[in-house]
Write a protein that binds this ligand. Structure first.
Ligand code: PHE
Length: 537
């Protein structure tokens, strides 16, 4: 019975080895098996390829492969990552003549100098200037030579006549015009390899070595009983199916490697930020909010004035705000609203506040800029509610871009996003505010939330929002919130007992924590490896 590596042998992998079965393998495999039996010891695959006269790929993918998957396997291999150190021409010269530091010391000792001026030294030894100084530096490092620059003529002294063999010399001694394998060096010399590479005396090449050896069953094979199997048929063709020849060839058909992992496939998918943005949206939608959008090119009026930020507020300055040259001006909204805002700034208007005083300038309010917070968009929406006599409560949110003149680094961007929201309704309190935010963050994956006193010119009270990040064991500040001041709501016609809860949260902060990126820029420069491998649950 011919028992090549086929269904029958696979079906009984535990058959005892001494049962009489004839083993057949391909001719190349038989050849390799013979060589391995002759060798009687493990051998590196490239070496084996040389001995057997086979190409490395053929050896590995055909012969070794076949011998390895037999039941029981006759060979096995072990993979080892190795670093080959290839000597440069310079090194080969040094192997012959000694390192420049050795040459320098030898020169002085041989010519009985205890000291010599640097200049004379240089002219006496015939050495390229560059190598002379490399040698001198190393001789000093090894404490073989010393240099004194105290007098007008720099002088070199012998410090240690014996100049014991240095580690790098020992290492160089291992090269004999041939490459060496770093991993095979004793550990004290391995430490010297960095130095060797730094001095450009060798280059390195890394690869995987495969050490092939016979298994116990392989060693026990009686080679004279091993037969040669027919060549493998790589593919079942339509012709073979049509004319029925597949039947007689069924044992020679190449077996599928069903246990090998196939190549990794990376399917197209949404960017993690898109997924998170959608998640934030869905959370607010599920709580009955409506999404709003507003312009990124904004007026100072909506970005600052309508939020009761004084016209000389430092945040309006150029270093925070990108003002625009074209367009440089925006149109102010209807006169009634402009007047209400103007009055509020100058004297408090209807808000019972005393305002900021001074004169409010429509020119400053008209300036065109990139919005510095999504609160500008919120205010646009808020200005419509009383005017349109909308039914309360009104709950809206916004997940969108904003711009600040920040220098970009691992924690700052000049364009980023906020999750903003307002709730307009009667007798709202901080408890409601905390409730909405707690719910939002819980659904985003942050279970604990605290709020602490903070300041924003447009809310009173103002509260900072902090969440606990389980994986880091730390609290992280997420943004600001509060109840809009009367100076913000009254000019828009929203009056007690109607109040407006508001918040603006840094979206990237939450994204970095959720997606576990330490560098905020990663969210947008899209490191491919991360994007390919990230899994969503
Ligand atoms: N606009 C604030 C910021 O950009 C956040 C905020 C929004 C604070 C609404 C209070 C109310 O940081």
């Amino acid at each position: 019975m011919r028992l090549s590596q086929n269904k029958r042998s696979r079906a009984s992998p535990n058959r005892s080895e001494n049962r009489m079965t004839q083993l057949s393998v391909k001719e190349t495999s038989l050849h390799v098996l013979k060589e391995l039996l002759k060798l009687k010891k493990p051998i590196e695959a490239r070496e084996l390829a040389k001995i057997t006269g086979l190409e490395y790929e053929i050896l590995m993918t055909q012969a070794i492969h076949e011998l390895r998957i037999l039941q029981p396997p006759l060979v096995e291999f072990e993979e080892k990552d190795v670093t080959e150190l290839i000597p440069t021409k310079e090194l080969n010269d040094y192997v012959k003549n000694g390192l420049p530091e050795r040459q320098l010391v030898n020169y002085l000792v041989d010519n009985s100098f205890d000291e010599i001026s640097l200049e004379e030294f240089q002219s006496l030894v015939e050495m390229d200037k560059r190598f002379f100084f490399i040698g001198l530096a190393n001789a000093k490092k090894n404490r073989w030579l010393m240099q004194s620059d105290a007098t007008a003529t720099p002088t070199v002294y012998i410090q240690n006549k014996d100049a014991p063999v240095s580690d790098i010399e020992k290492l160089i001694g291992k090269f004999n015009k041939k490459s060496i394998i770093q991993e095979e060096l004793p550990s004290d010399l391995q430490k010297e390899v960095g130095n060797l590479l730094k001095r450009k005396l060798a280059t390195k090449k890394s690869y995987t070595n495969r050490i092939i050896s016979l298994t116990k069953a392989g060693k026990a094979v009686d080679i004279s009983t091993v037969g040669i199997s027919g060549e493998e048929i790589p593919r079942l063709t339509p012709e073979m199916l049509a004319d029925g020849t597949w039947r007689e060839n069924i044992d020679r058909l190449k077996k599928f490697e069903v246990e090998n992992a196939g190549p990794k496939l990376y399917a197209g998918k949404l960017h993690p930020m898109t997924i998170l943005i959608n998640k934030a949206r869905e959370i607010f939608l599920s709580m009955g909010f409506t999404e709003i959008k507003g312009p990124m090119v904004e007026s100072a009026f909506y970005n600052f004035d309508a939020l009761f930020q004084p016209q000389d507020h430092p945040a309006r300055e150029m270093h925070d705000t990108f003002y625009l040259r074209n367009p440089s001006k925006t149109k102010l909204p209807d006169k009634k609203l402009v007047k209400a805002i103007k009055d509020t700034h100058e004297n408090g208007g209807t808000s019972k506040s005393i305002g900021w005083g001074g004169k409010w300038s429509p020119e400053i309010a008209q300036k065109a800029m990139l919005r510095t917070h999504t609160t500008a968009t919120t205010i646009r929406r808020l200005s419509k509610i009383a005017k349109n006599k909308e039914k309360l409560p009104v709950k809206v949110f916004c997940v969108d871009h904003l711009f600040r003149n920040e220098s970009v680094d691992a924690t700052h961007l000049a364009e980023f996003m906020q999750v903003e929201g307002i709730v307009v309704g009667e007798n709202l309190t901080l408890a409601h505010l905390k409730g909405y935010l707690t719910e939002f963050f819980k659904k985003m994956g942050f279970d604990q939330l605290t709020m602490h006193p903070d300041f924003f010119p447009y809310t009173e009270p103002s509260l900072g929002v902090t969440v606990y990040v389980e994986s880091l064991g730390k609290w992280h500040e997420m943004g600001g919130s509060g109840i809009f001041r009367p100076e913000v709501t009254y000019p828009l016609g929203i009056k007690e007992p109607v109040r407006v809860l508001a918040w603006g949260l840094g979206f990237e902060r939450a994204a970095m924590l959720t997606l576990q990126r330490d560098d905020i820029r990663d969210l947008y420069r899209s490191p491919l490896k991360w994007l390919k491998e990230i899994k969503y649950n």
